[in-house]
Design a protein around this ligand. Structure first.
Ligand code: PTJ
Length: 238
């Protein structure tokens, strides 16, 4: 699995979809995934269920995707967005018009009908540089955003705009993990399809049932549970 995934990331970098620092990010992710046992741990499954409940109860849910995410799970993101239903925006840390266009084309080739992100007619409040650019009708107006592999500053800025941010990050110690409303410590490759499974299971749940699932989530406590799982696992290996 990991060799095939590496090949996908490497090819996508050659095609200008993944930024060169995306390779470093991927390597860091692989290291954490190895420590977790390369599987969805129980607390991550609960986070994925909570994410599904939050996305189903949202007024204007968005998936914000970048180079690494599209390289690894473009079709899975499109499928998840269809079932919720949610919209998709290409939102990049290392933003260039060329990369936004290439990544948007990749999504369209994989079946996405509408892809936000190219207009870039507004900035995320309190952020500078090009990573602040987004679409006014895109994540700027979303209430709940699923952002796999987010950067810490942007995550904080979106929270400051009163948005619910669901992050997927294999590093439970990252600033993004600590800042997000719901942090999923799992590989995007497993997390996105599992959120979709939960969306199917919760599709007929009432608003009250969905809200009850979301209200039970305590992000700080759950990150603590993840670290506890990790340390127990590492200790059990000796
Ligand atoms: O495409 P762009 O321009 O938006 O750039 C994307 C990257 C990923 C390069 C950019 O956002 C970045 O530099 O991210 P960071 O700050 O390196 O953070 C990436 C985080 O994602 C790290 O904490 C990694 O552990 C984690 N990560 C990497 N691969 C995966 C992952 N988490 C889940 N699944 C993965 N496959």
């Amino acid at each position: 699995m990991s060799l095939m995934t590496r090949e996908k990331i490497s090819q996508a970098m050659k095609h200008g979809i993944v930024h060169e620092t995306g390779l470093i990010a991927h390597g860091r992710g692989e290291a954490f995934d190895y420590l977790l046992g390369e599987k969805t741990i129980p607390v991550a499954d609960l986070a994925e269920k909570t994410a599904a409940a939050a996305l189903l109860s949202a007024k204007n849910p968005f998936l914000s995707v970048n180079g690494n995410v599209v390289a690894l799970v473009a079709a899975e993101c499109i499928s998840l967005a269809e079932y919720i239903p949610a919209k998709i925006e290409v939102n990049l840390f290392h933003r260039t018009k060329e990369r936004v266009d290439k990544i948007s084309d990749e999504l369209r080739n994989a079946g996405a009908e509408i892809v936000y992100g190219a207009k870039a007619d507004v900035k995320i409040v309190g952020l500078d540089q090009d990573r602040a650019l987004c679409d006014r009708e895109g994540i700027f107006s979303a209430d709940i955003i699923l952002v796999p592999l987010e950067d810490g500053d942007r995550c904080q800025a979106l929270i400051n705009m009163d948005k619910t941010v669901i992050a997927i990050d294999l590093n439970p110690l990252s600033r993004t993990a600590k800042t997000a409303s719901i942090t999923i410590v799992d590989n995007v490759i497993r997390a996105i399809p599992n959120i979709e499974q939960w969306v199917h299971k919760l599709k007929d749940a009432s608003k009250d049932e969905l809200n009850a699932i979301v209200d039970m989530w305590d992000n700080e406590k759950m990150l603590g549970e993840t670290l506890f799982f990790l340390s127990k696992r590492l200790n059990s290996l000796y």
